[in-house]
Write a protein that binds this ligand. Sequence first.
Ligand code: ZN
Length: 329
Amino acid sequence: MQTWEQLQETQPNVVRMLKNSILKNRIAHAYLFEGGRGTGKKAVGIQLAKSFFCINKTGAEPCNSCIECKRIESGNHPDVHFLSPDGLSLKKEQIKDLQREFSKKSVESKGKIYLIEHADKMTNQAANSLLKFLEEPDGQTIAILLTEQVQQILPTILSRCQILNFQPLTADLLLQKLLQQGVPAHLGKIVASLTNNINEALAIISDDWFAQARNIVIQLNEVLLKRGHHALLFLHENWLSHFKEKEQLSVGLDLLLLWFKDLLYIQIGEENSLIYIDQKELLEAQSMRFSQKKIVDDLTVILEAKKRLNANVNPSLLMEQLILKLQEG
Ligand SMILES: [Zn+2]
C-alpha cells in the first residue's frame, strides 16, 4: 500500500498528472500505462481506483481505511475488476465476461473501473471486443490498461487511451529504496548497477549466491594483483565452480566489469562513483599498478568476453583467455 506521495518519488510526471485530474474531476475514460516491469503501473492503477471511490479522501489522497479503499486493496470491490492473461493470452471471452458484468449496474454505484494487465497479450478478437467497449463509454467507466510492450497494442486502441509513460527507476533512487529496506550498502550499490527493478534487486540480494559471487570477483582481483600464475588456478578451483551456468557467468562478467570501472574511477579521482565501496584499499593498490590505457583495454576485453559468451563459446576456455589477457602488462 503506497500513498500518492510515495508513488510520486518514482513516477513524478505520471502521478502529478493523475492527481491533477482527480482534483479537477477530469479522470479520462481510458488510460494506457506503459513502462517496464517493476515501474509501479499496477500500484498507480490501484491508487487511482481508491482515489475514485474513497469516501473519505483528503485532496487526491485516499484514506486507505474506509470500506471502499479496503475492498479495493483486497481485490474484492464489486465495481473494480482486474483482468490478466488466461494462460498465454487475454481472450475474447474474458472481455465479454467483463462487459456482461459491467452491464449490471448497481443503483448506488459511482462508476466502474477495470484494470487489464499485460494488455498487449490480448488476442485480436479480444482487442476488437475491447475496442467496441472503449468506443461506447457510458460516462462512468474507467479503463486502465497496463503494458510493457506498447508497440504491440493496436493503434485503434492506443488512439482511444490517454497514454502515460512510466520511467524506469534510476540507480540512485533504487539504491535509496534498497537501503530503506535494510539492504547493506555494499550490496545495494552493486545490485542497483545491475537492474532497475526493485523486486528483481531484492530477489538477487536474498540469494546468498550473489554475495558469494561478489566475494569471488574481489578475490580474483587480489590474486591478479599478486601476479604469479595463481590466477588460472583460482579460476579452476573457485571461479568456474561458482559461475556454472551461462547466466551465472554473465553476472560474474558484469561484476568484473564493474570492478574495472571502479579502477578507472579511482584513477580519474571520481571516488564517489565507486561501486565496490568497501574495497577502496585493494582498488587503489591495483589501480596504481595499471596505466589508464591498460584499464580501458581490460574493460574492452571483458565486454568482448560477454559477447563471446552469448555466442556460445566454451565458458572455461573463454575465462582462461580472459584471465591471461588481464594478467598481461
Ligand atoms: Zn478511503
